[in-house]
Design a protein around this ligand. Structure first.
Ligand code: PSU
Ligand code: MN
Length: 300
């Protein structure tokens, strides 16, 4: 594993660092805008007062903190493989380029000593999981990794209720940021409540300090940050387009780790780019908030 020098130095000095995932760049957003978004997300972390550390596998090396050429490789690549935790070692041994999912990013970030991580939406239990058994490995990783994931809830293509039940079973804390409703990724409200809320970065930092005190911080924490209504997707449009996408995915026999990229791409195309705009905005906003929380944690 290679930790970028400025990231290593910041960590050694107790300065705020925020990890960023790379699957959303390579498999979640269309080229070529994805490279611009990757830069924009890193800039949002800096504006929030922390150092960004984008995580990826570059020519077989697990990197925490990417330089500009590496960021280009991940954004450009047809030959970039989507890596969950179990894919990291085989892909590394073959010298492959790999984009890390929430699970793989959380794993490598925690290993590097980073606590804050920003993404778009968590993976979770897929609709129809009763037949397909498709549940994202993100959940299992959060159950065993000391990481705080700032996201806009779980992706709305999923069974959100079932995912919330699994997060409860796995002991993952869920905090609504400025809300009592669990956000729905592109949507302000997933239709589910969230039990605990925090209204400022300092409040989140206080909760994390309590976790350390009580020894309950060995598992992950989700900080669920909704889009403001003016930037969210129209729920009726969302439901209509998603339902066609789910039908197409089934008809075309899409399975395994291809399901999520397939559905996101379908939404981006069929909403005329509206879901894409919402997706970019929520990732940028989450990056900024994660940085502010990291700064509040460091200030303690
Ligand atoms: N958030 C986004 N876009 C994405 C993802 C998250 O805004 O593409 C990615 C994350 O990397 C997450 C993955 O870990 O989707 C989940 O994939 P799966 O359902 O195959 O576990
Ligand atoms: Mn899956």
């Amino acid at each position: 594993m290679r930790i970028a020098p400025e990231v290593a130095e910041a960590l050694a000095r107790g300065r705020p660092v925020v990890a960023l995932e790379s699957t959303l760049i390579s498999h979640g957003l269309p080229r070529p805008e994805n490279l611009e978004v990757a830069r924009e997300v890193e800039a949002a972390v800096r504006e929030g007062g922390a150092l960004p550390a984008t995580v990826a596998l570059v020519a077989g090396e697990a990197c925490v903190g990417l330089d500009e050429p590496s960021l280009r490789v991940i954004a450009a690549g047809e030959d970039v493989v989507k890596c969950g935790v179990r894919d990291l070692a085989p892909a590394a041994s073959r010298g492959r380029h790999g984009a890390t999912t929430v699970a793989a990013t959380a794993h490598l970030a925690a290993r590097a000593g980073i606590r804050l991580f920003a993404t778009g939406g968590l993976g979770g239990v897929h609709r129809g999981a009763r037949e397909s058994w498709d549940e994202s490995a993100d959940l299992n990783e959060l159950a065993r990794t000391r990481i705080v994931v700032v996201c806009s809830g779980v992706k709305s293509i999923l069974d959100v209720g079932a995912t919330l039940e699994r997060l409860e079973s796995l002991g993952v804390s869920v905090l609504g940021y400025g809300t009592d409703r669990f956000p729905g990724f592109y949507l302000v409200d997933s239709g589910h409540p969230v039990l605990w809320r925090a209204d400022s970065p300092r409040e989140v930092a206080r909760i994390l300090a309590e976790q350390d005190e009580l020894g309950t911080g060995a598992a992950g924490t989700v900080v669920a940050n909704p889009l403001p209504p003016c930037e969210a997707l129209d729920p009726a449009l969302h439901d209509r387009v998603l339902s066609a996408g789910l039908d197409n995915a089934e008809r075309e026999g899409i399975t395994g780790k291809d399901v999520t990229p397939y559905l996101l791409d379908h939404l981006h195309r069929e909403t005329g780019g509206a879901s894409l705009r919402a997706n970019v905005r929520l990732v940028v906003r989450n990056a900024r908030l994660a940085a502010e929380i990291a700064a509040a944690v460091s200030a303690k």
